[in-house]
Design a protein around this ligand. Structure first.
Ligand SMILES: [Zn+2]
Length: 485
């Protein structure tokens, strides 16, 4: 599809921050509710109302910047971005123009096959969210009452992070890898709940193409209105194909904003792209410039948790887990923490992952209780792993034991001891079971000797059954095979 061309993609994300109150007033920052109930003169932009910056929001941006290795300048300020829009009654948005809270840095992400990559960030800045318009009715709006718009200002003034990437992504898979990593990181930092379905994460993609091998940037379009990562992926793919067709047909790509049509799977022109000078930015005279204390920044740096990409690297490079297992674990923070405790106790990363993602996750799904909340302690899982690894029990017994531990049975070693469940590895003892089974199944043995070798599984199963599941399956297999030939 992209033969002869290379796509160049940059992503802009808007992320609503998780704070108790809004960016410049004391209204509660909370999704939803009756329209226009979480508002005050400040977030409505009434003349004379004065904004007061939210310190928690400023710290969230600095924390995110530090997590991505960005520079945190000592000074920053707020600017007014002027435009006319019904969801912003004061006709400007408080944003940041030439002195953002963070500059540079990079988002490290990985592809499905586990390849680690990174995409540089231009900046992360802080602004306020707008209200939300809902367009209703069926008419063309020129006749009164035939169609109308409703505006809800509950969202107006919610702290909003804008995170701008450099144009360093080259296909839809890289764009999704980047977005997933950004989402996971912000979630791990606790600065946002990053829910695309509630609009707390919204993203636009800038897409252009150029001949392969060229280092110049082509004319870009900006795609909006994508409401899931899946639509971001489809929209980018469709826009790259459209641009290649335009250029291939001798045409030129026009710089514009395009909307994504989810139903028809195409982008369509919305408006010509605004330039920064159209907004007539100027410093907000109501807000003093921000001086960022170095000591505070360093304190926030020490409070950073292990980041998702670091955990990914630990799980894959150090523990040898497959990229899919690693991702599955780190996408569920409480499960990943539980897993880490099992590894600490067992010293066996792969078996720990097998049990945590396998049987324990299955029991969690079945009972609706999270693994970390269950009555199975990480130490007891480690004990179980030791029993399996030491060939004291086989995997079938291990599975049965886990189910009982899930219902509160406690230490697996104690159950094995109490009920004599230890695996039989004594060949003489197993041989007695084998002989019994072969004697009781003369016809099957004859079938085997006549060439129906697939009855072997049945015979092994019978031996396991008569040993009450305790015989070592490897020894059973070996003995049955030997006796039949
Ligand atoms: Zn307010």
């Amino acid at each position: 599809m992209t033969a002869g061309y290379e796509a160049v993609i940059g992503i802009e994300c808007h992320v609503e921050l998780r704070t108790r109150t809004k960016m410049f007033c004391g209204c509660v920052n909370e999704f939803g509710g009756e329209p226009n109930t979480k508002i005050c003169p400040v977030c409505l932009g009434m003349p004379g109302a004065l904004p007061v910056p939210n310190a928690a929001a400023i710290e969230h941006i600095i924390t995110a910047g530090l997590a991505f290795g960005a520079e945190i300048p000592a000074f920053s300020k707020f600017d007014r971005k002027n435009y006319f829009y019904p969801d912003m009654p004061k006709d400007y948005q408080i944003s940041q123009y030439d002195m953002p809270l963070t500059r540079g840095g990079a988002v490290r992400y990985w592809l499905e096959d586990g390849t680690l990559k990174e995409c540089a960030l231009t900046r992360i800045h802080l602004e306020e969210d707008t209200g939300k318009s809902t367009h209703a009715g069926s008419g063309d709006g020129r006749i009164a009452g035939s169609s109308y718009s409703l505006v809800d200002f509950n969202r107006a003034g919610v702290p909003l992070m804008e995170c701008v990437s450099e144009p360093e992504l080259h296909n839809a898979q890289e764009a999704i890898g980047y977005l997933e990593s950004l989402r996971r990181t912000l979630l791990a930092l606790g600065v946002s709940d990053v829910k695309m379905e509630e609009g707390s994460l919204r993203c636009d993609a800038n897409v252009s193409i150029r001949p392969s091998g060229s280092s110049e940037l082509g004319t870009k379009t900006e795609i909006k209105n994508m409401n899931s990562f899946r639509s971001v992926e489809r929209a980018i793919e469709s826009e790259i194909a459209r641009q290649i067709e335009v250029v291939g047909g001798g045409g030129r790509v026009v710089q514009e904003t395009r909307g994504w049509d989810e139903v028809n799977g195409v982008t369509h022109p919305m408006r010509s792209k605004e330039e920064a000078h159209d907004y007539r930015y100027f410093p907000d005279p109501d807000l003093v410039p921000l001086e960022i204390a170095h000591e505070r920044v360093e304190l926030l740096r020490t409070e950073l948790p292990e980041l998702p990409w670091q955990r990914f690297e630990r799980y894959t490079a150090q523990y040898g887990l497959a990229p899919k297992q690693a991702t599955q674990l780190l996408d569920n923070l409480s499960l990943a923490t539980y897993y880490d405790r099992v590894v600490d106790a067992s010293g066996n990363a792969q078996q720990s992952s097998n049990f945590v993602l396998g049987e324990l996750s299955r029991l969690a799904n079945e009972t609706g209780v999270a693994v970390a909340e269950s009555s199975v302690s990480p130490e007891h899982v480690a004990e179980l792993i030791a029993l399996v690894e030491g060939k004291r029990i086989n995997s079938k017994i291990a599975k049965e034991l886990l189910a009982r531990m899930w219902s509160g049975a406690g230490s697996p070693a104690a159950i094995v001891e109490r009920e004599g469940l230890a695996q039989t590895t004594d060949p003489a003892a197993i041989e007695r079971f084998v002989d019994e089974v072969l004697a009781a199944n003369e016809k099957v043995v004859a079938d085997y000797k006549a060439g129906k070798t697939n009855v072997m599984g049945f015979l092994v199963g019978q031996v396991m059954k008569s040993s009450r599941g305790k015989a070592d399956p490897a020894i059973v297999n070996e003995l049955v095979r030997k006796k039949l030939t």
